[in-house]
Design a binder for this molecule. Structure first.
Ligand SMILES: NC(=O)c1ccc[n+]([C@@H]2O[C@H](COP(=O)([O-])OP(=O)(O)OC[C@H]3O[C@@H](n4cnc5c(N)ncnc54)[C@H](O)[C@@H]3O)[C@@H](O)[C@H]2O)c1
Length: 273
């Protein structure tokens, strides 16, 4: 086995990725499959159906037999309990969880806030995107004395608010806070909790905020402002997320790292005058 395989190889590691039919979670799945892991995508039956995502991944990675799919609402405790049992039956006990569910649904000036929608965004990113799966997985791992790793999905909005998307910013600030809180609490059980904070990548949930015209690729004013604010002068490409994903899942490569949020942002957070 080569030195890099020893550090970063994930043969035998079983990973659940929530929101697994989404753009960023899908790329993270590809990275983990490339490193030898087995992956179970958790997603919804409609919208971006999970079985289609499984088929796409099998085709793009050739990892037939190492990709599984479960349909679940990750905001619902009993649904997550059942999905975990189904996953264990399909591929065996997972020891890594990527909390990929999340996204934005609204943009408005604060006085125009649609309160029910604000709440929906909080629930999607905080409850379905972290609290419910983390609760169920941590109980399972602690009960079964399994060493494990969680990666949460934070955002540039975790650090500093983005205009017009207050609910998303508040939710993602909570994700970073809970990453620290869970890391501290779970360390005694050998469970590491870290986060990745992607800069701006074209996902299903934010595409219309950033791209005005799909045919020409013309950007919205917001899209242009983001590129201007990013020292690398471009949106992220999902391949930019792959190395950090493998690194944070690998116990050998990052076994003493917990509570960290890694920005993958082309320098967005370094911005100054
Ligand atoms: N795209 C970006 O630029 C960006 C930047 C920073 C952070 N993020 C975060 O990364 C994560 C993935 O983003 P993306 O852009 O790939 O989004 P996406 O919309 O492509 O994928 C998210 C997936 O989650 C699924 N989902 C939503 N609620 C669910 C639920 N309750 N149960 C099961 N599945 C559910 C959706 O159906 C979708 O398939 C999100 O947490 C997002 O906030 C994205």
């Amino acid at each position: 086995m080569s030195y890099t395989d020893e550090l970063f190889g994930l043969q035998g590691v079983k990973v659940v990725i929530t929101g697994g039919a989404g753009v960023i979670p899908g790329a993270m799945a590809e990275a983990l499959l490339g490193a030898g892991a087995e992956v179970c995508l958790w997603g919804r039956g409609t919208g971006h159906p999970v079985q289609e995502a499984v088929d796409r991944l099998v085709e793009s990675t050739g990892a037939a037999g190492r990709v599984f799919g479960v349909t679940v609402d990750t905001g619902d405790e009993s649904s997550v309990e059942a999905a975990l049992q189904q996953t264990v039956a399909q591929m065996g006990p997972p020891t890594a969880l990527i909390n990929g569910v999340g996204g934005n649904k609204t943009k408005s000036a604060f006085p125009e806030t649609d309160v029910p929608l604000f709440e929906e965004v909080l629930v999607m990113n905080v409850m379905a995107g972290l609290v419910v799966p983390t609760k169920i997985f941590s109980r399972y791992w602690i009960a079964n004395k399994l060493q494990a790793s969680i990666i949460n999905l934070a955002s540039m909005a975790s650090y500093i608010p983005l205009s017009g998307v207050a609910a998303y910013g508040a939710a993602k600030a909570a994700v970073m806070n809970l990453t620290l809180a869970n890391a501290r609490e779970f360390a005694q059980h050998g469970i590491r909790v870290n986060a990745i904070a992607p800069g701006f990548f074209l996902g299903y949930q934010n595409r219309s905020l950033l791209i005005k015209d799909d045919a020409t690729g013309e950007l919205t004013d917001r899209g242009k402002a983001i590129i201007a604010h990013t020292p690398f002068g471009r949106f992220g490409n999902v391949d930019d997320l792959k190395g950090t994903t493998v690194y944070l899942v690998s116990q050998k490569a990052s076994g003493f790292i917990t509570g960290v949020t890694v920005p993958i942002d082309g320098g967005y957070l370094t911005h100054n005058v």
